[in-house]
Ligand binder design. Structure first.
Ligand SMILES: Nc1nc2c(c(=O)[nH]1)N[C@H]1C(S)=C(S)[C@@H](COP(=O)(O)OP(=O)(O)OC[C@H]3O[C@@H](n4cnc5c(=O)[nH]c(N)nc54)[C@H](O)[C@@H]3O)O[C@H]1N2
Ligand SMILES: Nc1nc2c(c(=O)[nH]1)N[C@H]1C(S)=C(S)[C@@H](COP(=O)(O)OP(=O)(O)OC[C@H]3O[C@@H](n4cnc5c(=O)[nH]c(N)nc54)[C@H](O)[C@@H]3O)O[C@H]1N2
Ligand code: SF4
Ligand SMILES: [Mo]
Length: 733
């Protein structure tokens, strides 16, 4: 149905109206919706948290149909009544005084009609003058899956925008590619119960005490007196709580893992039966791994031989359940895909997968990183399909009811290639949705300059005050978590429901509604007539998933997600959730998703990062999460007085006492941190949590990416944020 401008202005006018249940959905309603009709005005409802990928369930307490408070859900299978500070404070950022309440054109408030007219006109004009390749989109792992699916389809199929990628590239591209190549599908195999059922847990480049506090609580519930091994160059909070900490040299993980594999294979601490049945590439790998002798591994990692052998023995014991967990210390590296696959290889050759308390387990980051990996149309067509395969394109075309020619037969550029295009002036128009690239992308000062040179920068965010939004020609005010309906997929493949329990401020609209407006103003709405509400899109997603490893055709709808505490994929048509099947892991039958049913071992010779340290820049800068109260670029968590009180103020750089003394730097002193790309003004925190030769800065610090390098992994194109050469000096003055 073609919507008239009257319909649009009806909807838009009503944005300012009260939050009432009269505003029911109807054709022409852009999903402005109401508090779900089944909720009594003063009831409690449940939904998942919108910060991290743990995906905790929260009880939302309503007054007059509006959320006024929340508490952790005691019945939700993920968090069992617990929440971290961000979860407890999740409603606060919604009330921040700098929320965007109206579109802005060059900083001046505008009506939606004006903003959309300018957007559509400029977009078409740039496409015509400079060709399709001149437009790109940077999206996110922090909107609901339905919005991601809609955005991807609208952009690539509807609007002819060939390049769309997201911050998931900065975060999860490595796990996506590693699993896809190794298992035949991007399938994290675990369930959180595995934290409680392991005898040995190995965390590689992962700091769950800070980044996934409720997953860590699940570890603490483990009654098996587990060994907890942490591989991290820093003595993190998690390392301090572990039974063993291996403070290896930065970026020596791949050598370490191959060395472990060599010991495991040569000592016979492997599961030959499982390998024969379920693994391909073992013989070649065994041959390859022989070169990683104990001496070589100790030289690269800085470990003692005894420690290396004890590590191997702990993970090689057949009678024990061993689980491997990795996060950004692995994914953000110049050889990240092979590092992740080395972890996978060890789990495979020791037969530690598909059973309770085992697995090669990538912990995801953002609330919906997993949704973007499966449904965003970015690095592939939904549910593991490939733009380059004719049958996959035909499949999607028939599900969408559109001619197959509409589906591009080319892949999108990756984030770093889009950024290069912006810098080189090839990309003239960029639409940024729910990510703050000007802070979070490496070499950020250079990017900020390039963004300034764009013909059109559209930023769609909850706040017009982010570093990126401040540069926008058109700012589109978005509703956030709690102000719209849809689903998130957490780290253990659990699809959870997010609900509208608040009205977004002023004229702010849900991303879903904004996409509907864009479709309308760009003249492609009829192609998306079926994409009328988040739940309608969920039905389309179910059709996309049919017959795939992530089949969700058995989910009855949002009502089941609500009633069952979320549902892990897969749940195919006819499959029922009974008994303890609410917590399911994959590969119990030892069969993987490649045609031969086997998992593949993939490996490469380790190589050094592109930017070595030298006399001018002798220290390695590590970056990462600073505290459980801070979220990324701080646009949300920075709005909570409580969360602000929970972490140190200002910029801090952690430096070892030896390195500080060598530079005449004392604790608390002002310092300049410089790299080949920029300088950060900071204060020294002299501490032994970092090893000599390394320093650490939290990524929440806006200056951190002035310093970081642009190197990416060749398979996943994920940036190596956790390694660049820097120098520290007392600040001049
Ligand atoms: N409080 C809070 N929680 C969050 C987030 C947040 O911003 N704040 N963000 C969420 C997101 S999107 C993500 S992706 C996750 C990230 O979660 P994590 O990956 O656990 O967090 P990071 O601190 O980025 O990185 C983990 C560790 O990698 C280590 N590391 C650095 N270099 C190396 C190396 O060469 N080898 C090894 N083995 N380790 C190395 C760092 O010292 C760091 O301790 O957190 C999620 N949770
Ligand atoms: N040096 C260094 N850099 C890093 C990392 C690191 O470890 N070190 N980690 C990287 C990783 S893993 C990640 S995931 C990225 C994160 O980097 P970003 O994605 O840039 O960080 P956020 O602050 O989460 O930005 C999300 C934005 O979306 C907005 N938003 C929230 N909800 C909604 C919504 O529903 N709709 C809309 N339209 N907007 C919304 C928020 O206001 C916020 O401005 O940073 C990466 N950068
Ligand atoms: S652990 Fe993650 S999902 Fe759970 S309350 Fe904290 S931020 Fe939310
Ligand atoms: Mo992330």
């Amino acid at each position: 149905m073609k919507l008239s401008l009257d319909d649009l202005s009806f909807t838009i006018r009503n944005v300012d109206g009260p939050l009432t249940s009269e505003l029911v959905r109807r054709p022409g309603d852009f999903g402005l919706g109401q508090v779900p009709a089944k909720l009594a005005p003063d009831a409690t409802t449940t939904m998942v948290c919108g910060f991290c990928s743990t995906g905790c369930g929260l009880k939302i307490h309503l007054r007059d149909g509006v959320a006024v408070n929340l508490s952790p859900d005691t019945d939700y299978p993920v968090n069992l009544g617990m929440a971290c500070p961000k979860g407890w404070e999740a409603l606060t950022p919604l009330d921040a005084p700098d929320r965007g309440a109206t579109p802005l054109i060059d900083g001046t408030p505008a009506r939606w009609d004006e903003a959309m007219t300018v957007f559509a006109t400029k977009l078409r004009d740039i496409q015509q003058r400079h060709g399709a390749e001149s437009v790109a989109i940077l999206s996110t792992g922090q909107i609901v899956t339905e919005e991601m699916a809609f955005l991807g389809a609208l952009a690539r199929i509807g609007l002819g925008i060939p390049n769309i990628d997201s911050n998931t590239r900065q975060c999860m591209a490595t796990s996506h590619v590693a699993y896809k190549q190794s298992f035949g599908f991007d399938a994290p195999p675990f369930t959180y119960a595995d934290f409680e059922q392991s005898d040995v847990l190995v965390f590689v480049g992962s700091n769950p005490c800070i980044a996934h506090p409720i997953m860590w609580q699940r570890v603490l519930r483990n009654q098996r007196a587990p060994e907890i091994l942490v591989v991290d160059p820093r003595k993190t909070e998690t390392a301090m709580a572990a039974t063993r900490h291996f403070a290896i040299a930065p970026k020596s993980d791949l050598t370490l893992l191959y060395g472990l594999a060599n010991i495991l294979i040569s000592s016979g601490w492997i599961d030959r039966e499982f390998i024969a049945r379920s693994v391909s590439g073992f013989a070649e790998f065994a041959e390859f791994a022989r070169q990683f002798t104990t001496d070589k591994v100790c030289a690269a990692t800085g470990m003692e031989a005894d420690d290396l052998w004890q590590f191997a023995e702990l993970v090689g014991r057949k009678s024990k359940r061993v689980s491997w967990w990795w996060t950004m210390g692995v994914n953000q590296s110049h050889e990240s895909t092979r590092t992740a696959q080395a972890i996978i290889a060890i789990a495979l050759i020791t037969g530690q997968i598909g059973k309770p308390g085992t697995g090669a387990n990538s912990i995801t980051g953002q609330c919906n990183a997993m949704g973007s990996r499966l449904f965003a149309h970015a690095s592939g067509l939904p549910c593991g399909r490939d733009y380059l395969k004719e049958e996959d394109r035909a499949d999607v075309a028939s599900i969408y009811g559109i001619p197959v020619e509409r589906i591009p037969d080319k892949n999108s550029l990756a984030y770093d290639q889009i950024v290069d295009g912006v810098k080189a002036g090839r990309i003239k128009a960029l639409w940024v949705i729910a990510t703050n690239s000007a802070h979070s992308w490496g070499s950020s000062e250079e990017l900020q300059e390039a963004l300034n040179g764009l013909e059109l920068l559209v930023v769609q965010d909850m706040y017009p005050t982010t570093e990126t939004a401040l540069l926008a020609h058109i700012y589109l005010p978005a509703a956030g978590w709690g102000e719209k309906d849809g689903t998130f997929i957490n780290s253990e493949r659990r699809i959870g429901l997010a609900k509208k329990v608040r009205r977004a401020p002023g004229a702010a609209l849900s991303d879903f509604s904004i996409l509907r407006l864009v479709a309308e103003y760009c003249g492609v709405a009829p192609m998306f007539s079926e994409w009328s509400s988040p739940e309608a899109v969920f039905r389309i997603m179910q059709r996309l998933s049919r017959g795939k490893p992530c089949d969700i055709t058995g989910i009855a709808g949002y009502s089941q997600l609500d009633a069952d505490g979320g549902v892990q994929w897969p749940l195919a048509d006819g499959q029922l959730l009974i008994g303890d099947s609410k917590e399911r892991r994959l590969f119990a039958d030892g069969r993987f998703f490649h045609g031969d049913g086997k998992a593949r071992i993939l490996f490469d010779v380790p190589r050094p990062p592109a930017e070595p340290t030298d006399a001018e820049f002798p220290l390695v800068l590590l970056t990462g999460r600073g505290s459980s109260a801070q979220w990324h670029t701080g646009s949300r968590t920075g709005k909570s007085a409580i969360l602000l009180k929970m972490h140190a103020e200002g910029s801090l750089v952690e430096i070892h006492p030896d390195d500080a003394a060598a530079r005449g730097i004392t604790n608390g002193e002002r310092v300049d941190v410089s790299s080949r790309r920029g300088v950060a003004e900071s204060f020294a925190l002299v501490t032994t949590t970092v090893s000599p030769g390394t320093v650490f800065m939290p990524m929440h610090d806006e200056q951190v990416n002035h310093l970081t390098a642009p190197e990416v992994d060749p398979y996943s194109r994920q940036p190596s944020y956790k390694y660049c050469a820097v120098q520290l000096r007392p600040a001049l003055q």
